[in-house]
Each structure stands twice: as structure tokens, then as C-alpha cells.
Design a protein around this ligand. Structure first.
Ligand SMILES: Cc1cc2nc3c(=O)[nH]c(=O)nc-3n(C[C@H](O)[C@H](O)[C@H](O)COP(=O)(O)O)c2cc1C
Length: 637
């Protein structure tokens, strides 16, 4: 008997059978060439999700109307004849592994380079003009031509992107559609564009060819609300076979509610499920999918079993582990790489090569085969059991080497360990537990409470030393910084109860801001000062925005352009605009970055024929860097 019987119950829609209820939600912008055709990495990336067991795999952002809807050049063009060969390979690859292949038909309307939409208006201050009726019919026709091309190349479903502020939603919303002709003026008329697309695709591709329609249940503050969203879903009932319910708009940068589209670590698992459940209650014909921070099989099962939705769509969880469905089906939940919602993926999409912080294979599947064995087994010593050390040890062992991991503390996880009590870091905790299990399962010889020394290495004579000794806090030269009331961010994360009632944090980077949110949750009055003008989140812009949004939601502000000038027993003083100001604080917390422990690592260099420094000790960065660095070096041994 399966552990998750509802999740893995097959279902037929039209003439298409889905082997389970897990859909790989569209995730575009992966390796698209300059002429908007698919690169090999894109094909491997999506096919991997089919291999991993998803019921359906949707290829993201296929623009149906390139002349009017270019959004960068990183969207798939279904109408480009040079793409047909690659689309065929893609559909074949996905279906060969048992999944349904879907192509997302996308048009960003007013947010595209042509700056045209249902009605006149402005986007981020730039003017937008309105389509003529003729143009609207032409666009509908392009949706249909794109669907027909997708079907002809082997796709067995299409997903119309009618949410997140894209064109069908622009027609739904009075905010972007003030037309008074047959396309606007009433809800019924505003729904006409979406319904026409569905009906005409069914006419051209057959009634049995399933159409999934992605809708935003609400545009939140900047458009229609949930009640109106339900009306549009009802209008589509029976026209689309599956209503895939998301929420929010991400067309314009000036509105940070786009983050709702991909709920952040500050939101709960399944943050958008209730929207789908409400729409599901109203459906007479169409099935319903839900999306948004759905990452554990237990939760997926609960959603399907409770009847809140018929399908769960997962984007980040399957980027992190495309084999999640197969592992869940086999009851091997503990082997699933848990997405930590760090937003590295989101931050990377505009670069054209997607990354996942915890899965270095994502969008590089051919470069890194799932299993790799080293030609010669070596004796490898890993020094340091933080993120980099654990990953290096696990991967080196998987490649067939003999691995000993030395960790001077009585715990693994290094700097990340201190965030154990932080509620919104529960995903990180899961990841640490996952890696600790992997070390055990792979049989790595882990020696806790053991500080590796050069003398030990001289005696052991390993073939390889991997120094993963990490970093230490960098303290700015501020008078009073060595006072008893000054602590590190790590200490503050571990001991929120020992900081008094009021704290001041020096440093508005991710660490400082996340700490501020945590301490606010703990009931401490928390102030943050930052030298720069913005939250300092290099390489992780999207997480910076998530933090900013959460600070605002909690009524907190970072004081920018502020440089610490002096610390006393009661206050943190800082300079801003040439004036000295102060914050009263029981404790001052230093979160001004880390310094690599490079000298400590260099000391081991002479003691093995192969020596590498990995993670923070080589270059202080983030978890993405630590994992990738460790994984690739371990594979090269
Ligand atoms: C890196 C990335 C790329 C995405 N690309 C697309 C896309 O091409 N089309 C789309 O409709 N949604 C896209 N999304 C949104 C996802 O399909 C999904 O709605 C969102 O991430 C929430 O699901 P999750 O919590 O499972 O990640 C993307 C999300 C991410 C993180």
C-alpha cells in the first residue's frame, strides 16, 4: 500500500492520463537561445523532472506573440520554425519518462516591450497604448497557432498563463481594462478574451486535448479581489479543463506583492491553498490545481485527500529535488532534498541559467550525471563540518572515496547551526538534518569534538585534504566594540533571551535583517543601521526583497547611510548626514559580515598531494556558493 494513496492516484483528463497529482509548475528562462529556441540544458532540465516522477511537466513562458510580447529574449517562441525540432525533443523526452508534457502559453501584454495592453495606462511611469479589436483577435489566433504547434510537436496539454498579471488577467482586471467594447465594461466581457482562447484551442486541438488555465485568485491591493477572482474561475469552468490557482501580480517592479506568486520563507507551507479550495467549491466541470510553497509529500497528500484541489503544482521543490515524486511514492521522504526558499533560483533566472542553492545539478543535468564514480578511490580528509564540509564529504563518499570528516564542535552545520530556533529557518533546519542523515547513510567517518591539526595530517597522510574551515565575524573598528554588551549575530540567534529588551544591530545585510525579524518575533525592540542605501544582499536580490517586505509588514525599518561611531553601555551612536545620532540598546549586535579563515586553512596545504579550500574559507559568500563549490570539487577528485 502506498504511503500517499491520494497523491499517487492516476487520473484521466480528456484523453490524457496523469500518473499522479504532482505537476512540475512552469519555470521559464532556462537556457533559451538568442532566437528564442531551446538550448540542450533546457531540455535536460525539464526531462529530469519527468524522470523524477512528476505527473506533468510544464515548460515555462512560451511567448505566443513574440512581436508584441517580448520580455527580454529569454522566452520560448513556439512559432519559430527553428524551434520545432527542439520542441519535439522536449516533448518526447518528457513523455518517454511517463509524464504529460505541457507548454505554457504566455503573453505579458502591457508589461512587454511593445507596451500595449487592453487599455491605455502606464507601467512604472512608461506609457502603454491600447490594442485595437483586430489586434486582439490576432493575439487570440496566435495563442491557438502556438497550441497547435505544441500539439503537433508532441505536447499533450497546454497551460495558459492567465495569472500573475499576464495578458488574460489584464483583461479580467478593471485596473488594466477600462474598455467599453465587447472586451470590457462588465465582468462577463472582461472574461471573454480568456474564454475565447480556451474555446478556440479546444476547437483546433480537440475537446480531449486538456487545457490548464493559470489564474490569480486575487490581484491583492492593485486590482481585483478574491470574490471577483472566483467569478473569473467560474466563468472558465468547463472551458478550461484544469484551473490552476495562484495569486498576485509580478508584472511591475514597483509592486512587491509579486512575492506572493512564490511565497517566501516568511510564509507558511501551502500559503495559497485556501484560494484554490474556495475555487474548487464552485467548480462544476473543471478540476483544480493549487500552487505556492508546497514541498512536502505529507502536505500534498493532505491537500488532495481533503479535496481542496485535484493537483498540486510545485516549482521550487522540484528544482531542488526533481526526484521528489519518485521518492515520495516509494515512501523515502527523508531522501528528498528540502527546498529552503532562499530564492537563489528566482534571483538567477534573468541570467538565463537557473541555479538551485542545494542542488548543483539543476539546469546542468548533463554536466553532472546523477551518479558518478571516481576512477580511483582516494583517502579524503574533510576539515570542518559546516555546509561546505558536509556536502564535500557526502559527495566524495558517493563518488567512491574513503572519507573522514573532522569537526571541532560537538555538532554539525557550522554557522547555520545557530539559526535553530528561528521559525522561518525551519527549512534550513530540515536541510541540516537531511545532510547529517546523508553522512550517516553514506558511511562517512564523522569525528565530532575533534580539531584537525597539521600534525595529525602529517601522520595520516591522506591523498586529499579539503579544508572547509569557514569564516569568523568581521568587527568594524568602532570605539566600544569590545564592550561586554557587544555580541555577534551568531550569539544573538542562539541566545535571544540574553540580550535584554532593546537591541541595535550594526549591518543591514541579510544576516542583520533576518536577525532583526527574528528578534522582533521574540518581542525585543530591534533597530538596524546600515552604511549603504539598501539591504545588502549580493547575489540574492530576491531574498533581499523578501526580507524588506517582511520588515515592512512588521512595521520595522532599517536606518540607511548610517555608520556606527561609538558604543557605550547604553547606546549605539552612529553618523548620518554629518550628524551623530543614537539608539538606546541593552545589547549591540555586530552583523557586518564575515572574514575567511584562510590562514587556518593554509596551514593544512603541505600535508596532502591534493589540497583544496572550499566554501567561506576560500571566499565568503552564501549557501549556494558553499554547496556548489563543495559538490564540484568533490566530483573532480
Ligand atoms: C525560478 C522560477 C521561475 C519561474 N518561471 C515561471 C514561468 O516561466 N511561468 C510561470 O507561470 N511561473 C513561473 N514561476 C512561478 C512558479 O511556477 C510558481 O508559481 C511559484 O514559484 C510558486 O510555486 P513554488 O512555491 O512551488 O515555487 C517561476 C518560479 C521560479 C522560482
Amino acid at each position: 500500500m502506498l504511503k500517499y494513496p491520494h497523491l499517487f492516484s492516476p487520473i484521466k483528463v480528456g484523453n490524457v492520463v496523469f500518473r499522479n497529482r504532482i505537476f512540475a509548475s512552469p519555470t521559464g528562462w532556462v537556457d533559451i537561445k538568442d532566437d528564442c529556441t531551446l538550448g540542450d540544458n533546457a531540455i535536460d532540465y525539464y526531462v529530469e523532472k519527468a524522470k523524477g516522477g512528476a505527473g506533468a511537466v510544464c515548460i515555462g513562458e512560451c511567448q505566443v506573440d513574440k512581436p508584441r510580447s517580448p520580455r527580454g529574449n529569454r522566452c520560448i517562441d513556439l512559432l519559430n520554425p527553428f524551434n520545432l525540432f527542439y520542441l519535439g525533443r522536449m516533448a518526447d523526452g518528457i513523455k518517454r519518462h511517463g509524464a504529460v508534457a505541457s507548454a505554457e502559453l504566455s503573453h505579458c501584454g502591457r508589461y512587454g516591450g511593445a507596451a500595449k495592453g487592453p487599455s491605455e495606462g502606464t507601467v512604472d511611469g512608461h506609457p502603454v497604448t491600447a490594442y485595437s479589436t483586430e489586434e486582439i483577435y490576432d493575439i487570440v489566433n496566435n495563442y491557438v497557432r502556438s497550441a497547435v504547434n505544441a500539439k503537433n510537436k508532441g505536447f499533450n496539454m497546454v497551460t495558459i498563463h492567465g495569472g500573475h498579471g499576464w495578458l488574460p488577467e489584464q483583461f479580467f482586471s478593471e485596473y488594466t481594462n477600462q474598455r467599453t467594447d465587447e472586451w470590457g465594461g462588465t465582468r462577463e466581457k472582461r472574461a471573454r478574451f480568456a474564454i475565447m482562447i480556451c474555446d478556440k484551442i479546444h476547437e483546433a486541438c480537440g475537446k480531449d486535448f486538456p487545457i490548464e488555465f493559470r489564474i490569480s485568485a486575487s490581484e491583492l491591493s492593485q486590482g481585483y479581489d478574491v470574490d471577483e477572482g472566483i467569478e473569473y474561475a467560474k466563468a472558465l469552468d468547463g472551458h478550461a479543463d484544469i484551473i490552476h490557482v495562484s495569486c498576485g501580480i509580478h508584472g511591475t517592479l514597483s509592486n512587491d506583492e509579486w512575492q506572493v506568486c512564490a511565497p517566501t520563507m516568511f510564509q507558511e507551507e501551502g500559503a495559497l491553498v485556501e484560494y484554490a479550495a474556495n475555487i474548487k467549491k464552485e467548480m462544476k466541470h473543471s478540476l483544480v490545481g493549487t500552487v505556492g510553497s508546497i514541498s512536502t509529500p505529507e502536505f500534498m497528500e493532505e491537500v488532495i485527500a481533503s479535496g481542496k484541489a485535484d493537483f498540486v503544482n510545485c516549482a521550487r521543490a522540484l528544482m531542488c529535488d526533481p526526484y521528489l515524486p519518485n521518492k515520495a511514492r516509494a515512501g523515502r521522504d527523508e531522501d528528498i532534498i528540502p527546498c529552503i526558499k532562499c530564492m537563489s533560483c528566482w534571483s538567477s533566472i534573468m541570467t538565463g541559467l537557473l541555479v538551485c542553492a542545494l542542488n548543483p545539478r539543476t539546469s546542468r543535468e548533463a554536466q553532472f550525471p546523477l551518479v558518478q564514480k571516481a576512477p580511483v578511490a582516494k583517502n579524503v580528509v574533510v576539515i570542518g563540518g559546516g555546509i561546505a564540509g558536509m556536502e564535500a564529504a557526502v559527495e566524495a563518499k558517493r563518488c567512491g572515496h574513503n572519507v573522514i570528516l573532522f569537526e571541532k564542535n560537538d555538532y554539525l552545520g557550522g554557522g547555520m547551526h545557530c539559526e535553530e530556533k528561528v521559525p522561518f529557518k525551519k527549512y534550513f533546519r530540515k536541510y541540516l538534518e537531511f545532510q547529517i542523515r546523508n553522512l550517516d547513510k553514506e558511511g562517512v567517518d564523522v569525528r565530532l569534538n575533534t580539531e584537525a591539526t597539521p600534525a595529525m595530517m602529517e601522520e595520516m597522510k591522506p591523498d586529499v585534504i579539503l579544508a572547509c574551515v569557514g569564516s569568523k565575524p568581521a568587527f568594524p573598528p568602532v570605539p566600544g566594540i569590545d564592550g561586554k554588551n557587544v555580541v555577534t549575530a551568531q550569539y544573538a540567534f542562539e541566545n535571544p533571551d540574553k540580550l535584554g529588551k532593546k537591541v541595535a544591530i550594526i549591518g543591514g545585510g541579510l544576516v542583520g535583517c533576518e536577525l532583526a525579524i527574528f528578534l522582533d518575533m521574540e518581542g525585543l525592540k530591534t533597530d538596524v543601521i546600515e552604511m549603504g542605501k539598501v539591504i545588502n544582499a549580493p547575489g540574492l536580490g530576491s531574498q533581499g526583497l523578501a526580507v524588506k517586505r517582511e520588515l515592512r509588514r512588521r512595521g520595522m525599518e532599517v536606518t540607511f547611510n548610517a555608520t556606527a561611531s561609538k558604543i557605550t553601555d547604553e547606546c549605539l551612536y552612529y553618523m548620518q548626514d554629518g550628524q551623530e545620532k543614537l539608539i538606546e540598546a541593552d545589547t549591540v549586535i555586530v552583523a557586518t559580515g564575515q572574514k575567511p579563515l584562510d590562514e587556518e586553512a593554509f596551514a593544512f596545504a603541505p600535508y596532502a598531494p591534493e589540497f583544496q579550500m572550499i566554501g567561506d574559507c576560500s571566499s565568503v559568500a552564501n549557501i549556494l556558493n558553499a554547496v556548489k563549490n563543495a559538490y564540484t570539487i568533490a566530483r573532480d577528485l
